[in-house]
Every structure is written in C-alpha cells, then in structure tokens.
Design a protein around this ligand. Sequence first.
Ligand code: SF4
Length: 428
Amino acid sequence: MDLNKTIQNLLKDRDRWGKVLSSPISYRIVEGALVLARKSFPWQAIYQMGRFALNQTGRAYTGKVPVVWSSAFFPVEIAWSLQLCPFSPEVAAAFITGMGFGAEALSMGEEAGYSRDLCSFHRCIAGAARAGHLPRPAALLASTHLCDGAPLLFQNMAEIYDAPCFTLDVPYAAGRDAEVYVAGQLERLWHDLAEVTGRRPDRASLGETLRHSNGFRKNMIWANELRCRMPSPISGNDMLAFIYLFFIGQGSRDAAEIGACLAEEIERKVAGDRGNGAEKFRLLWLHLKPYYSNEVMRFIEQAGGVLAFEEFNHIYWLPMDPAEPFLSLARKVLAHFDYKPVEERIRVIRELAEKYRVDGIVHFSHHGCRQSTGGSLILKEALQEAGWPVLLLDGDCLDGRNEAAGGMLTRLQAFFEILEERKEGCLI
Ligand code: SF4
C-alpha cells in the first residue's frame, strides 16, 4: 500500500489522532508500509531518514522517554546527550501540512489568537497543540537567534503544557565575550534540563554526542562537495528533506550514518556519471519551499530547472571539540551567517552561487519570516549587481490560502524566460 495513503488513512479521523499517535500498533503499520515502499525511494538515505523519523515520532508520542521540544535553531545536541527525545514542532507542522491537514491546524491557531500575519509554522503549531495533536513536552528549548517568533511561541506552549521553557539568549555580535556568555547559559541549561527530566548529566555522553554531530557535519560536507558536479547528481527538492536532520538529528548516531549513506550514494552516482538529466537552469534556492503542494517544485523540474544547491544545506560552522562542548556549541550557534549584518549572508550566497555555478537565485520569501525576508531586497540588489538574476518569490510554506500557486508559477515562468535570454545572449 502507498506509504502516504497508509498514514492518511490512519489519521483520517481527527478525533482519534491522540489514540492513533500514541498506539505502538500505528507505528508498526507505518513501518510495514515503509519497508514495502523501500525500493520506490529515490535515495536509500531518504528511506533511512524515514525510518529514523518514524522511530523518533513513535518515541515522542508513546511517551517512553521524556520529550523536549526544540526550536529550529536550538543546538539539539543538548537533548541527545541526556538521552531525551527531541521533537521539532516546526517539522511536525510541515508534516501535518504535507498530509493535507494544514488548513485545519492553521484555522485553529488563528482561533487561538495567532494573527494571520504571523509565520504559518507557528500558527500551525499553536493550532495542533490546541487540538491536542502534539506530544506533551517535559520541557521546551528555544533560542533567540534567527527565529524571533519561536521563543514567544514556546513560552505560550509552556503555559499550555505546564512545562518549563528554557530560552537561550544569543547576542547579535559574535566574539569571545558572546561565546563565553552563550556557553555559560548552555552549561546551566544542560544541568537544569537534566534535573527537570530526571537524567544524569554525563560529560562523556555529551562528548560522544558532539562526535556524532561532527560526523553529520563531515558527511554533509562530503555530499555537498559531490553536488558541485554537473549535471547535478541529486535533486535539490530531495535534498530539502534533509532539513529534518539539521533540526532534529544533529548529535544522534542515526543522522551521522544517514549523512554517510547519502554521500556514498551520491558518490556512486557521480562515479557512474548518471546526472539528473538535462539541466536548462541551475538554481540556488534560498529558504524553504511550499509543503502544502508540490506544484512549484514540479513546475521547476518540468521547465528543466534544477535546484543545484539550497541555502539550508550549507554547513557554516567549524568542527566541535568534545573536550570543550559548551564553548564549541556556542561557537556553532554564533557562526550562523544569517544572524549577522546582511553583508554576511550576501557573501555566503555569492560563494555558493559561484561554487555551484548557478544561472539564477530564487529566494522563497515565506510570509511572516523576518529572519529570511527581512533583508531580501538588499540581498537581491547586491546579487544582481554581482551578475546573478534573482527572483524574490513571495509565498508561504504551509498556508496555501495566502497565495494562489498560479501566481508563483507565472513569476517563475517570467524568471526562466530571463534566464533563457541570458543564455542565448551568451551563445551569440
Ligand atoms: S519560517 Fe522563519 S519565522 Fe517561521 S519558524 Fe522558520 S525561521 Fe521562524
């Protein structure tokens, strides 16, 4: 049976979600469908990631281990090192939407007072929590960097679930003082989280977690280097699925192994010289994509476009030292190129555009996301001056009510015509 249909069937009756999601039988049914569908996965690394995600979801909903909600950019290694079950509500919101239940969760979020101009990830989470569809957290971990809505949402959620919320305050300016400040918070937070969840803080386990995280980093760099080949060996749409590992997996053995599996598969494909077919336009994709419909990605593919690389898959931090775990994690958090003056994001995007030899850059401007869309006009001007056509594609990752897909396709079509004219101009 089709994997998506199996999940949709299990979840079709919203009133029974609590029962279905907390029953181990549901996970065995989905696991069976996943195994049967194994050969249909374009990459075994994605299949492995599906198994990892299913296992994590089962652990979160069946309540075998304390669950901690972790916001998108929080260093999740902290939770793995205490053998807790990290849960990303942002990923859950994308999944709920992908399964066709997003509009309902969004409406519930709006009924709870979350205005429609707020990020739809947050509205969806608020609605799903209100409906009792998310696993009860023992604690919540939010970081102030990049996503300024997350700490506020998490504080609201902490009230709903009557659970402690730990907020990591990340200063905007990096430097030695900032590193020491963030490291000190992380160390205190690690001890407090252990106490709240009844875990024993163990430095050896923390060191091991950082080694896994370094393994994930190394393997993703390996995969990313292979992606410089032309034609592109893997579809960027497939690569956007690996966001799951960035948000939830870093610090787990599974994420490191899945990263290795991905890089090995790409290497085999590159060795066999089997690219992704004809490439009319190579694109650099900024931010995420719509999860409520595949129309935009399908359109790009049909027009001969490939996502040669995505900003979210860029590894921007240095390897961590397991002997100095908190300082290393602090450096990683502070290293994010988007939590700096916009010139830094421009520098990184220019480097990626050159490295992956792209013809154009698409910034998916998700409504309500200040960290990404805030500087997008400055970004566009600077990149255009440097020679790349740039499209700011206004849209929403989860809320299909905000944007008719047809409008996005028209803008993409016009952008592709520009790219085509440029290519023809080069040939004359
Ligand atoms: S899209 Fe932007 S505002 Fe929304 S959760 Fe992600 S970082 Fe936060």
